[in-house]
Design a protein around this ligand. Structure first.
Ligand code: HEM
Length: 460
């Protein structure tokens, strides 16, 4: 979420950065393009750590120096929290893993972690494969007709179905899944609007939009509490993620989660778990249709490894090139191009003293496109992620899932889903962008393609 405005700062004046104007700060510079691209240009002029001024005399440090990233996200991570401004998402995701802090976050992370380690994800592969298969069957009527399909919508639906089924198996009816999806899309839209306000005020107003927001939230809550209650009452917890979370116990205290906390974690996982994966898959399909040699190599791998059958968990380790395509897409188009931290106490970053309460913008896109750490950073070259490939020039130059203790808990989940979907789609179909379609980035929130991505589908 690009939401960088915080409190007034006392940043020392020798910190490099664009000059800007009193009160307005760098507002005009920021209007000159997409946020992450403007920041990339600013890095070229002002270095890997610079100060950005927001209207109202508020500043942020923009960081893409891998050593500083290591320090902030790992070595001294205790000094950096998500910050007050991120709380804008709290009405929706509550005190779930994404927002919680300190000892409470640590306890929750310990409780949830076992469900997301690689062996646990392997158990979800069949559900993922079945969901992809149903999508591919649906596509059959489009194949060869010349009728264009918006692949972004398809990937959103796929990722939403995967996350719903892995969380709740079939406890939700297809209508409920669709409704949940719609309510979440609306709720996220409102949260994102609120995040872009310079003075956050709209959530306090008695507007129709806010009333609808509350109603959507109530609808989601009712549904989730019903699922939790049904399982508790029946005593049959099931083997899906909800079942695992219901049975999770803290190793030290033996305690599980109460209903409110379960709700917060489920909503967090649902939200964090689908849009990012869907967007990456959309970009990957776009890149494959514009890079025929890469596509041929992926098809060849899929044909060789799968030989016409459905993938299973052990295939994930064999589909190395397919996975590399997904990883390279995450480098070029990280779904979260920028995320935030706020300092708790004083610190020093690359020789610059940092006071408490300062905002840092972790510039994922910036470090992924850093010429000092990547050969040909603008080129789409999946082979850099093959075993023995050139990879990043620094461990912290590749952070699509963040890094350190707060690294994305769903990274194995996303990589499995992404690899399986790419493999199965290319096993059966060839996707080509419709004539005139371009791969352009949309301006808001997560890094998604503008106007969706329209393709023609043909059988292989
Ligand atoms: C390509 C897909 C994904 C990307 C790029 C992504 C990216 C990220 C990033 C950058 C963070 C760290 C944010 C920060 O440090 O402030 C994060 C955290 C998180 N992600 Fe993901 N994510 C993806 C998929 C998923 C999936 C599939 C799930 C769950 C099913 C998930 C659940 C979470 C949760 C719960 C957190 C908070 C972890 C914590 O603070 O302990 N994500 N994600």
């Amino acid at each position: 979420m690009i939401d960088p405005i915080t409190r007034p700062t006392s940043a020392p004046s020798r910190v490099p950065g664009p000059r800007g104007f009193p009160l307005l700060g760098n507002l005009f510079d920021l209007r000159e393009g997409l946020f992450h691209e403007v920041l990339l240009r600013m890095h070229q002029e002002h270095g890997d750590l610079f100060r950005l001024r927001f209207p109202g005399g508020r500043d942020a440090y923009v960081v893409r120096d891998p050593e500083v990233l290591r320090h902030v996200l790992q070595m001294n991570n205790g000094n950096y929290v998500k910050g007050a401004r991120m709380q804008i998402a709290a009405p929706l995701i509550g005190n779930g893993l994404f927002l919680s802090e300190g000892a409470f976050w640590r306890r929750q992370r310990r409780l949830l972690q076992p469900a997301f380690v690689r062996p646990s994800i392997a158990l979800l592969v069949d559900t993922m494969v079945q969901t992809v298969q149903e999508m591919l069957d649906r596509w059959q009527i489009h194949a060869g007709t010349g009728q264009p399909l918006n692949i972004q919508d398809e990937m959103m639906r796929l990722a939403m179905e995967v996350v719903t089924r892995t969380l709740f198996t079939n406890s939700l009816t297809p209508e409920e899944v669709r409704e949940v999806g719609e309510q979440f899309t609306f709720l996220l839209e409102v949260i994102s609007e609120r995040g872009q306000e310079i003075v956050p005020i709209s959530h306090r107003l008695p507007s129709r939009r806010n009333r609808r927001f509350r109603q959507a939230l109530e609808r989601i809550d009712r549904l989730i509490y019903r699922l939790i209650e049904d399982r508790r009452r029946s005593g049959e917890y099931g083997t899906d993620l909800l079942g695992k979370l219901l049975q999770a116990r803290d190793q030290e205290t033996g305690q599980g989660m109460d209903d409110r906390q379960l709700r917060d974690e489920l909503v967090t996982l649902f939200l964090a778990g689908h849009e990012t994966t869907a967007i990456t898959l959309t970009w990957a399909l776009g890149m494959l249709s514009t890079h025929p040699a890469v596509r041929r190599r992926l098809q060849a791998e899929v044909d060789m490894v799968l030989d016409g059958r459905r993938p299973t968990a052990p295939d994930l380790d064999r589909l190395t090139y397919t996975r590399a395509v997904f990883s390279e897409t995450l480098r070029i188009y990280p779904p979260l191009p920028v995320f935030m931290r706020e300092s708790v106490g004083p610190d020093e970053l690359a020789g610059i003293p940092i006071g408490p309460g300062e905002t840092l913008l972790i510039h994922v896109y910036g470090v992924h496109h850093h010429e000092g750490y990547w050969d040909n950073p603008e080129g789409f070259e999946p082979e850099r992620f093959l075993p023995g490939g050139r990879g990043p020039g620094h461990r912290f130059a590749y952070i699509p899932f963040g890094a350190g203790p707060r690294q994305c808990i769903g990274n194995h989940f996303a990589l499995a889903e992404g690899t399986l979907a790419l493999a199965m789609i290319h096993q059966r179909y060839v996707l080509n962008l419709t004539p005139g379609a371009k791969l352009e980035v949309d301006a808001v929130g997560t890094l998604r393609p503008k106007g969706g991505l329209w393709v023609h589908i043909q059988g292989r």
